[in-house]
Design a protein around this ligand. Structure first.
Ligand code: ATP
Ligand code: LTN
Length: 338
């Protein structure tokens, strides 16, 4: 590590390798990862342990970890510059999670909206892992003395809890953890579902027409966009209360073209209806995803290389994580193992 690298601030984020990565996840999180990697020391994790809070098919889960890693790289995350690793390869995450469990309160976890939502979604399997999900997330972030956590808006509440836990721990034991801050995009922090623009676009949505995945075929994208809910009227204007559907498409359009919403509104001010606009949004998404998809296909073929990246990543992550865990063990009064 060069002198400059050691002085860089730390970035940490992760995504659960479940379902298929949506364009919402890309715009809310990965797009920022790609920009931040140049200025920060970044760790990007496959949150495979977190996926177990919902029943998974073991073979699918293993396969998806490689799919997601290849996608991170295809989106522009450089494995030579960043630490890319799987959560399950770094046992310090579950070790710190246990300790933090003993400082987290039932009441604060009970207030988490994701827990409430997922409990409704998976009423037959409200397991303890689902309840403790944010504590494992806290361990992920706090092990690496993280300054910023680039995520979408839905993770903001978890980040607040992580900050509270870190402050509580530091208050008792001294400055052990860096207090992390969420890094949420100003625009695109909450991409909405295509057919119900009052709900977040989510990869676990049972209705496949609600989301666009990074690997969707062009015709699938065209089809989904055609069926996307638009609003009454015919103007193409950003207004979240009156026109949630069109506003969501404008945010998507802007994110994949890097044109401002204002510029897009201006270019459609004489549009007659939504047809052409929706068609243009789908073509812009297709053009944006096409190079990502080609890179993905090439990277995904070489599983040995993906394994090598994860192996290197786990070694680098463990070096950092074990230093924090050691401090924590000593502070809470655990014996040194000889
Ligand atoms: P699930 O449906 O499995 O809960 P998800 O689609 O909500 O998944 P996650 O894997 O939980 O996606 O999120 C990955 C990252 O992308 C997180 O940082 C999250 O905040 C962000 N993200 C997910 N969906 C969106 C969205 N619709 N808009 C903006 N950011 C999003
Ligand atoms: N819960 C996150 C995934 C995640 C994460 C993290 C994000 C697990 N650990 C640590 C940021 C930092 C999600 O995207 N659903």
């Amino acid at each position: 590590m060069t002198m400059n690298e050691s002085k860089k601030l730390n970035i940490f984020s992760g995504i659960q390798p479940s379902g298929e990565l949506t364009i919402g996840g890309y715009i809310g999180a990965i797009k920022n990862w790609v920009t931040l990697q140049h200025e920060y020391q970044c760790l990007f994790m496959l949150a495979d342990l977190h996926t177990l809070t919902v029943l998974q098919d073991p073979e699918m889960l293993r396969k998806r970890c490689y799919d997601f890693l290849a996608l991170y790289i295809a989106c522009g995350i450089d494995p030579a510059k960043n630490i890319l690793f799987a959560q399950s390869h770094v046992p310090e995450h579950t070790q710190l999670s246990w300790i933090l469990n003993c400082y987290a309160h039932m009441g604060e976890l009970n207030r988490m909206t994701q827990f409430k939502d997922k409990s409704k979604q998976h009423a037959a399997n409200i397991n303890v892992g689902l309840f403790g999900y944010p504590v494992l997330m806290a361990a992920d972030v706090l092990l690496y003395q993280t300054h910023y956590v680039p995520v979408g808006e839905d993770q903001k509440q978890h980040l607040e809890l992580i900050r509270d836990l870190a402050l509580r721990f530091n208050h008792r034991y001294g400055d052990v953890f860096t207090i992390p801050e969420p890094y949420i995009p100003k625009q695109g922090a909450r991409i909405m579902s295509l057919q119900d623009p009052t709900q977040k676009m989510s990869k676990s949505d049972a209705n496949l027409h609600n989301f666009i995945t990074l690997l969707d075929e062009p015709d699938t994208i065209r089809h989904k966009l055609k069926r996307a809910t638009t609003d009454s009227g015919h103007e193409i204007r950003f207004n979240l209360t009156e026109k949630p559907g069109i506003s969501n498409l404008l945010v998507l359009f802007s994110a994949v073209t890097d044109k401002t919403i204002l510029a897009l509104e201006t270019s459609y001010q004489h549009a007659n209806g939504y047809g052409q606009f929706k068609q243009d949004v789908s073509e812009a998404i297709i053009a944006f995803l096409s190079p990502i998809q080609s890179r993905y296909q090439a990277l995904r073929k070489d599983e040995t290389e993906l394994q090598r990246i994860l192996h290197q990543g786990a070694l680098a992550a463990r070096e950092k994580a074990s230093a924090t865990l050691k401090k924590v063990y000593t502070l809470v009064g655990l014996m040194e193992s000889t």
